[in-house]
Write a protein that binds this ligand. Structure first.
Ligand code: PLP
Length: 388
């Protein structure tokens, strides 16, 4: 069958491709150290699982409102008010099938064919592809390791044209782990307001911060930026709920209404009993979140020390998420050559930076156990030395 042209414009997810190859090698009986996945290796906290089990037992197994369970929308609005200083009501919130789906809804709801969407690189792998699927034009702005992989207000100003509709901000960042300071966020907000565009703020890693880093929601900077902000987030990373597929989008009521309409004709409601798990995640104890954060903090420190000791690899210190994004430039290899050789020769899986618009880097995820990290870093050291 002849496929639609829009499919041909989209690159299949490279992060998933590496993981698939690593899993195939594991299935063949090879011992693979994998640093490729972006998901916590902890089980979902027990009280969240129990809340979903209770909802199942109570028969919460039917269709629900396309916008999400009212109680969950209310809990999300409360969270945004309390933790992020964002004054939203339930009409400003939609529950989605994960953070990825939040962004997809938003791009479909707001982008006209030919509209520009500014995306700083390195970027999360799906942003440009989703913009293309919505018939928009991803405008990639390269940032540098010297600048901590952060877009500057000047770079943003220069990239804005009359076609610009949206700017995608992701802090803490996947793949770099960078966290913008409140001052840096305020400076970007000034440009967005001055140029009268919108910003989507992907805050899915907001709970994973280290060494005193602070998360600041751009919409809280002023009433003017609040009106131009849409927050995208989800439960996957903070609550180790990747498979549950629950996320949310919050912003101006007309944008949220448009997303509800799209959702009503595409996915309908998010799995009803999973939403009850999400309510428990927000309303229950936050101790498991902190315990996971502390474990990530230890692994991050170990991995940073180990990678720093490898000659030829350099990286700016990441303050959030669970990734390290070292430069491999000194090996002279492209990121795909590097990743493929490392996987084949040493059974270590990493993600090539080209997936994130940075072919001179690789992404290492430390969302895996300490033994794997120790062994994998030794192998990475051997591999890099063999290539210098
Ligand atoms: N945004 C970023 C920056 C991510 O890294 C991810 C997942 O890797 C998502 C959004 C999507 O998360 P979810 O699993 O909730 O769809």
């Amino acid at each position: 069958m002849k496929l639609a042209a829009r499919v041909g414009q989209v690159t299949p997810s490279l992060t998933l491709a590496v993981d698939t190859k690593a899993k195939a090698m594991k299935a063949e009986g090879l011992s693979v150290c994998s640093f490729s996945v972006g998901e916590p290796d902890f089980p979902t906290p027990a009280h969240i699982v129990q809340a979903a089990q209770k909802a199942l037992a109570e028969g919460k197994t039917k269709y629900g409102p396309a916008a999400g369970e009212p109680k969950l929308r209310e809990a999300i609005a409360q969270k945004l008010q309390k933790e992020n200083s964002l004054c939203y009501g339930t009409e400003n919130v939609i529950v989605t099938n994960g953070g990825k789906h939040s962004l997809f809804n938003l791009f479909l709801a707001t982008i006209e064919p030919g509209d520009d969407v500014i995306i700083p690189a390195p970027y999360w792998v799906s942003y440009p592809e989703m913009v293309k699927l919505a018939a928009g034009n991803p405008v990639i702005v390269k940032t540098t390791a010297k600048n901590g992989f952060k877009i500057t207000p000047e770079q943003l100003r220069q990239a804005i044209t009359p076609q610009t509709r949206l700017f995608v901000l992701n802090s803490p960042s996947n793949p770099t782990g960078m966290v913008y300071t409140p001052e840096e966020i305020r400076a970007l907000a000034d440009v967005i307001v001055e140029k009268d565009i919108y910003v989507v703020s992907d805050e899915i890693y907001e709970k994973l911060l280290y060494d005193g880093a602070e998360h600041f929601s751009i919409g809280a900077a002023s009433p003017e930026i609040y009106d131009r902000t849409i927050v995208s987030s989800g439960f996957a990373k903070a609550y180790s709920m990747t498979g549950w597929r629950v996320g949310f989008l919050a912003g101006p009521a007309d944008v949220i209404r448009a997303c509800i309409t799209i959702q009503g004709h595409s996915t309908s409601n998010v799995c009803t009993f999973a939403q009850y798990g999400a309510i428990a995640a927000l309303e229950g104890s936050q101790e498991p979140v902190e315990a996971m954060r502390q474990a990530f903090a230890q692994r991050r420190q170990y991995m940073m020390d180990a990678v720093q000791a490898i000659p030829g690899l350099t990286f700016p210190r990441p303050d959030g998420a669970f990734y390290l994004f070292p430069s491999i430039q000194q090996t002279g290899l492209t990121s795909l050559e590097f990743s493929e050789a490392l996987l084949t020769e040493y059974q270590v899986a990493v993600v090539p930076g080209i997936a994130f618009g940075a072919d001179d880097c690789i992404r290492l995820s430390y969302a895996t156990d300490m033994d794997t990290i120790k062994k994998g870093m030794e192998l990475l050291d051997k591999f890099v030395r063999s290539r210098l």
